[in-house]
Ligand binder design. Structure first.
Ligand SMILES: C[S@@+](CC[C@H](N)C(=O)[O-])C[C@H]1O[C@@H](n2cnc3c(N)ncnc32)[C@H](O)[C@@H]1O
Length: 311
């Protein structure tokens, strides 16, 4: 009886620690030691710092000192004031998400941003349990979002021919608790094709972001399922798109479609408008809100080509 109870409590303990382990796919309410978090300063969406909540450490920011042990046990989303010289400074403690990772990671390569990523996840029909191949891994920006979309039972194998990028990405996947779903492996896809295991157990989707995607399409055919397997290719230049589309058509892909995403953000402004009575005897004023197009530096990121494979 005692032994059985012990076994049960061990099991419970293992389940509990598994659940308590930090993961971007299992957002928690309360910050724990060694969680990966984002400090968002003064509510400015672009003023962030990625940190690990190591209770022995602190960081100096332009607003003041942040002592990590003071954040353990605090709610994610909570607001914290800087008590030093600048009493107006504050920051929000945020749980790491794939989107926050994309906008705060150290670039090892050019990366895909959230607007393109959201369309890729949508157009590849990714869902819990999907099996996906990606190349190249690059900085792992897209891989994090794919990992969340296919969790908890899906699988993403992401290839890169640079062993440094493979190792760095796998370290990120481990720290962010998605290493049971996402794995980077070294491979020159143009020479060697995709992971051989995917030829036996086919994948639902293939994503290509490398300089000559058209040369990798023939390898995608070897691993894609034949009942609407989906492929997406990111190309910065229209010449790359044309070669990729020709190759897709030659290899009998269907529903080939290329899209360019152009972001046009607007801001809500307001002006004071004066209004007069008909005989001009009385003047009143009121506030009117209107939308104004923002000056935004990223207009074009690239072209995304999508297609379906039926064998
Ligand atoms: C622009 S980056 C990918 C960025 C990634 N999509 C992201 O969001 O972080 C392109 C990557 O493709 C890799 N690459 C280029 N040619 C390759 C090949 N033949 N096989 C595998 N990886 C390749 C490069 O090493 C580079 O890391």
């Amino acid at each position: 009886m005692d032994v059985e109870m012990c076994a049960n409590s061990d099991e419970l303990y293992e389940q509990k620690t598994e659940l308590e382990q930090f993961s971007i796919i299992r957002p928690k309410q309360i910050a724990k030691e060694f969680d990966c978090a984002i400090l968002n300063f003064s509510g400015d969406f672009s003023d962030n710092k990625y940190v690990t909540l190591d209770p022995r450490k602190s960081i100096q920011t332009k607003y003041g000192m942040v002592v990590f042990k003071n954040l353990i046990g605090k709610e994610y989303g909570s607001k914290h004031m800087f008590m030093s010289h600048n009493s107006k400074g504050f920051f929000y403690l945020l749980h790491l998400t794939p989107e926050l990772w994309t906008s705060n990671l150290n670039h090892r390569t050019q990366i895909l941003y959230s607007m393109d990523i959201s369309m890729i996840v949508f157009e590849l029909d990714l869902m819990s349990g999907s099996r996906v191949i990606e190349t190249g891994t690059g900085s792992g920006s897209l891989s994090h979002s794919i990992g969340r979309a296919i969790a908890p039972n899906g699988r993403l194998i992401t290839h890169d021919y640079s062993i440094e990028r493979v190792n760095a990405a796998n370290e990120d996947f481990r720290r962010h608790g998605i290493d049971s779903i996402v794995e980077s492996s070294q491979r020159n896809v143009l020479l060697d094709g995709f992971a051989p295991e995917c030829k036996e157990q086919k994948v639902d989707a293939v994503f290509l972001d490398l300089p000559e995607p058209w040369s990798a399409v023939k390898h995608a055919v070897e691993v894609l399922k034949t009942d609407n397997g989906r492929i997406a290719c990111f190309c910065p230049c229209i010449e790359q798109v044309q070669r990729t589309c020709s190759e897709l058509r030659m290899l009998k892909f269907q529903h080939i479609e290329t899209r360019e995403f152009v972001l046009r953000p607007y801001s809500l402004n307001s002006d004071t408008i004066a209004s007069y009575a008909d005989d001009l005897s009385e003047k009143t004023s009121y506030k009117q809100s209107y939308l104004k197009r923002k000056n935004y530096k990223y207009t074009h990121t690239g072209y995304l080509t999508f297609a379906s494979y039926f064998g």
